[in-house]
Design a protein around this ligand. Sequence first.
Ligand code: ATP
Ligand code: MG
Length: 363
Amino acid sequence: MNVGVLGGGQLGRMLALAGVPLGLSFRFLEPERPTPVDGVGKVVHARYDDVDAVQRFASGLDVVTCEFENVPDSTAQLLEGLLPVHPSAAALSMAQDRLVEKQVFESLAIPTPVYHSVESREGLEDAIGRVGVPAVLKTRRLGYDGRGQVVIDSPTGVDAAWGALYGSPLLLERFIDFSRELSIIGARGQDGEITFYPLVENEHRGGILYRTHAPALVSAELQALAERYLGGLLEKMEYVGVLALELFQRGDELLANEMAPRVHNSGHWTQDGARTSQFENHLRAVCGFSLGSCDPYGYAGMLNLIGQVPPTERVLGIPGARLHLYGKRPRPGRKLGHVNAVGKDPDDVVATLERVERLLTAG
Ligand SMILES: Nc1ncnc2c1ncn2[C@@H]1O[C@H](COP(=O)(O)OP(=O)(O)OP(=O)(O)O)[C@@H](O)[C@H]1O
Ligand SMILES: [Mg+2]
């Protein structure tokens, strides 16, 4: 089958690396060059709103999916008129806007941080009155890796936050003093079959995912609760593919932060630590195959390589460290690759990742 992918970043690269062994071929639509997908498939370099290019991209494909969810609604809709698109244009649209997304959570009784939309400077004061401080002011669209958000923790911070973000539609949400950040990834097939990976624990630094620990050490009740929330979203959107849900844990409670309608950084451990990787399961779903087992082999961890990459030889010299590079030029704050580690004991997994970390801080 010929699979089209909207976006050509590292997620697209890893989709292709998982799909080629299944006999799939890949074509990407990506405005920038060079890209991490150079060498793993064909690339149509064009803007997402270039109608001619989108039609050229679609010609001869069997299905279209995305690795970047912020494509214009009109592009996803245009493609839907030409061939199957999974997840659907409607699902992408729901996940693109933090306000709509939170309304979807509410409609399914999935708890979220208290929030209020912000349309003006006065509106921000009103929202602070309703939400309280500390709070986080976020752009409704296009945020990633902590960009497009500012924490407000004092009255003097209000002007600074407004000055940094005004001009695009905004949302204010309560800052949650969470005990842990967790996420859950699930997949839904074309026949409605649903499967879930275990909850994982995520450590962020500077708003960017730094490490993932899988499975998270949680009760069966918390896993069941997370599956209920994500299952509800998968059903409501009649979703096909992999969907990720980021959660804040506060006691026995889970609050939904955001969902990602694609494979997710907190699922990269599945490449080496689960019977079927999130990338393969996404492709199985969008291509209409049956889903694969999400069972983990044991414990796994993932360390993101942000801004710098240690010498390959040094990483390969660490037993159990599995290196995944994206072929990107180094730049501060940029995700350049990750290292997975797998083991029977969570402490061994962390020890392996810490050996990699020491290569980084050693420069
Ligand atoms: N309401 C909140 N309370 C506490 N911390 C928050 C809140 N919102 C965001 N954060 C922190 O900032 C991180 C990034 O926020 P969020 O997931 O909303 O943005 P993002 O830029 O879309 O991130 P990404 O795309 O990398 O997941 C969160 O993982 C969390 O650590
Ligand atoms: Mg996030």
